[in-house]
Design a protein around this ligand. Structure first.
Ligand code: FPP
Length: 236
């Protein structure tokens, strides 16, 4: 492993291009997702090796519910399989699993698996793997705004007390530092409703490869690019 002085504490990834990867090979889309799940394993392992403390993966967006039922089912089945197979490694690798998104929309079985593994890994400390599932950044912000409004109406806070820190503490990512590096695969230059609040100062690295082709060395290259950027947070 190369010597890395400035490892991003938190990497967030928009895993895009599974469908196109499959199409290029004349395969059904679900084969692209299956290959994409392999990239998830490799990228998570590489993050552990590098010493990344948080990895957030956009595994299923709020908008993904609009895909054909068969594809949604295939994605949920893959996720279940990943959770079952990965749960042993999570223990061995000391990884804590968390999930953000509208989790009550997930199938009961998936939700139960998630709850079980999150509870089992809650005190793990090597890295936190955050799965964004049924996730939308706007929905998350609205939900935070609603709970702050409810507190204001109840009189437990006053509106002028609301600042960035208080707002962030009402997001699902409370306790998780903002991403330092946001990676998107398949060359698209969009944020697609992912972590809208949290990526304010993230370095964005767009990679041309489709997600199933994004492996260990691609992650290392993205981290190198991050390290080359001069990060000033708007200051001089
Ligand atoms: C984007 O490809 C990817 C997704 C919608 C879901 C990501 C899911 C996985 C990588 C597999 C399972 C996840 C885990 C955590 C095991 P796309 O279908 O939008 O591709 P396209 O834009 O080429 O059609």
């Amino acid at each position: 492993m190369p010597d890395f002085p400035d490892i991003p504490r938190h990497i967030a990834v928009i895993m895009d291009g599974n469908g196109r990867w499959a199409k290029e090979r004349g395969l059904p889309r679900r084969e692209g997702h299956r290959a994409g799940a392999e990239s998830v394993r490799e990228v998570a392992d590489t993050c552990i090796e590098l010493g990344v403390k948080y990895l957030t993966l956009y595994a299923f967006s709020s908008e993904n519910w609009n895909r054909p039922e068969a594809e949604v089912k295939a994605l949920m089945a893959l996720l279940d399989r990943f959770l079952v197979e990965k749960s042993k490694d999570l223990k061995k690798q000391n990884i804590r699993l968390q999930a953000i998104g509208q989790l009550d929309r997930l199938p009961v079985k998936t939700r139960a698996l998630l709850d079980k593994i999150m509870a089992q890994t809650a005190d793990h400390t090597a890295m936190t793997l955050v799965l964004a599932l049924s996730y939308g950044g706007r929905e998350e912000i609205i939900s935070a705004a609603r709970s702050l409004a409810a507190e204001a109406v109840a009189g437990t806070i006053s509106p002028d007390q609301i600042d960035c820190t208080m707002f962030a503490s009402h997001l699902q990512t409370t306790g998780i530092p903002d991403p330092d590096l946001l990676i998107r695969t398949s060359g698209e230059m969009r944020v697609s409703n992912f972590l809208l609040w949290q990526i304010s100062y993230a370095e964005i690295v767009i990679v041309k490869k489709f997600w199933p082709d994004f492996r260990k060395n691609d992650l290392i290259e993205a981290v190198r690019e991050y390290q080359l950027r001069h990060r000033r947070f708007g200051a001089l």
